[in-house]
Design a protein around this ligand. Structure first.
Ligand SMILES: [Zn+2]
Length: 450
């Protein structure tokens, strides 16, 4: 995941429904409501945090901290290169089965799925997920090293932490028979990173039209919540012409000249700053020698926006300019030999979940209860939640717990500081959304079924 922007939301009241003291949650007086938290969310929290089974489950998640860290390291050491997540997926499936989901399975795209039924006949249905893939190619040394309390390994945080947090959550709710109203679908997704282009969640939402909400555990810190999806489209453009000697065959169109014309047009495009919409020609390659008319040149272009509509507008204009550049290069030399091949190499949809939405409010409330921090940062990012948000399905991406850095690099590090906050936060957010059977109603609305 990558951070785009951050908007700091300060919850007004510091009073919390529960205070974490030592090993136990002590229930405090009724919380002063934060101005933007819906009363039904507060009522649900009061009820859930007053339930002894949930207090016990939260405590067990804390006690499971070391085991979860061992699990995180084990997952990290199973390579999961882009499009080659199978071995890690099989391990994850086995763990889900061992933790009680006998019917867990791997779908046609490679996602690992376990359905945990509630009492409400699948209404609502919430996905809680983490991604299986890493950015690291085959052959990368993924062995875990430790130095002075810092754990080093490619992928140790992104997203081995999310997967470990998910397993810890599953283990503790199953051990305590926590009964929800809505169904929960636990998913290990494939294809989240880079050119995976969210193929895992694309398949998930194609195959399951009845998903009402989506949570991705990706990233670490739990006071930062992603409720905006930055969309991106990326293209490779390959200009091809006859090529020839720069002196003897002068008069033929050049692939580099055509690409230069295209770039000169692209750089003058105007895009809105709100919703933020951007473009760049990221790489160029081409030509064979200084004294040859280039027969081939290629460039990679990245376009991003917080709005799908703006992204598509920009894309239409930019692609048109590229085609115009080819027409002009041919016209300049009275030729028809210059061509361009336009290949879509990246496609992530944009979206946004409003601050009033129950999923955002439930998450904010859970974070304040768990951390006793009244500040939650809401940010834009590119994660599995992009797809749900683009479909209008309420979604957030939350942290798995702990601290870390050097994402997507071989020097990625992780420190298990209050790591159990991750699965605790996921538990509370999940329960408010699905409802706790006999205790609270689901805060997540059931979408219209097609
Ligand atoms: Zn990630």
């Amino acid at each position: 995941m990558t951070i785009r922007s951050a908007q700091v939301i300060a919850a007004a009241a510091l009073a919390l429904t529960a205070v974490l003291l030592g090993a136990g949650f002590i229930i405090g007086p009724a919380a002063a409501q934060t101005p933007s938290t819906a009363p039904e969310i507060d009522v649900a929290y009061q009820a859930i945090l007053g339930n002894p089974k949930i207090i016990k489950t939260l405590e067990e998640i804390k006690l499971d901290d070391d085991t979860a860290l061992t699990e995180q390291k084990r997952i990290t050491e199973i390579p999961a290169p882009p499009s080659k997540e199978k071995v890690r997926a099989e391990y994850f499936l086995m763990r889900m089965q061992e933790l009680g989901f006998k019917d867990a399975s791997i779908d046609s795209e490679g996602n690992v799925i376990a359905l945990r039924k509630g009492s409400g006949g699948g209404r609502p249905k919430l996905v809680v997920s983490a991604h299986l893939d890493t950015v690291f190619p085959e052959g990368t040394d993924v062995s875990v090293k430790e130095k002075d309390g810092v754990i080093l390994a490619p992928g140790i945080g992104d997203d081995a932490r999310g997967l470990a947090a998910l397993l810890s959550l599953i283990k503790c709710i199953n051990a305590n028979d926590v009964a929800t109203v809505g169904d929960v679908m636990f998913v290990g997704t494939v294809g989240e990173e880079e050119l995976g282009n969210l193929r895992g969640v694309k398949a998930l939402f194609r195959d399951h039209a009845d998903i009402d909400g989506f949570i991705s555990i990706d990233g670490l810190g739990i006071t930062r919540v992603v409720n905006q999806a930055t969309g991106s489209h990326r293209y490779e453009m390959i200009f091809k012409g006859p090529g020839g000697h720069s002196f003897q065959e002068f008069g033929l169109p050049s692939a580099i000249h055509a690409m230069g014309r295209a770039i000169a047009k692209i750089v003058d495009l105007q895009t809105p700053s709100d919703p933020k919409t951007t473009f760049t020609v990221g790489t160029v390659r081409g030509g064979t020698s200084v004294n040859a008319i280039a027969s081939e040149a290629r460039m990679a272009v990245d376009m991003r926006s917080d709005s799908t509509e703006e992204l598509l507008k920009l894309e239409a204009r930019l692609l048109d300019l590229v085609k115009q550049a080819v027409v002009e290069e041919n016209a300049r030399w009275k030729s028809d030999k210059m061509t361009v091949e336009i290949k879509l190499i990246g496609d992530r949809p944009a979206g946004f979940v409003s601050m009033d939405s129950p999923i955002v409010q439930a998450t904010r409330r859970a974070v304040t209860v768990i951390t006793r921090t009244p500040r939650v940062t809401f940010a834009g990012s590119s994660t599995d939640s992009n797809l749900a948000m683009s479909l209008g399905i309420p979604a957030v991406t939350i942290g798995g717990g702990g601290e870390g850095g050097n994402w997507h690099s071989r020097n990625e590090w992780y420190k298990p500081v209050d790591a159990y906050y991750g699965p605790q936060n996921a538990l509370l957010t999940m329960l408010v959304l699905t409802g706790l059977d006999g205790v609270s109603k689901p805060a997540l609305a059931v979408r219209q079924r097609k």
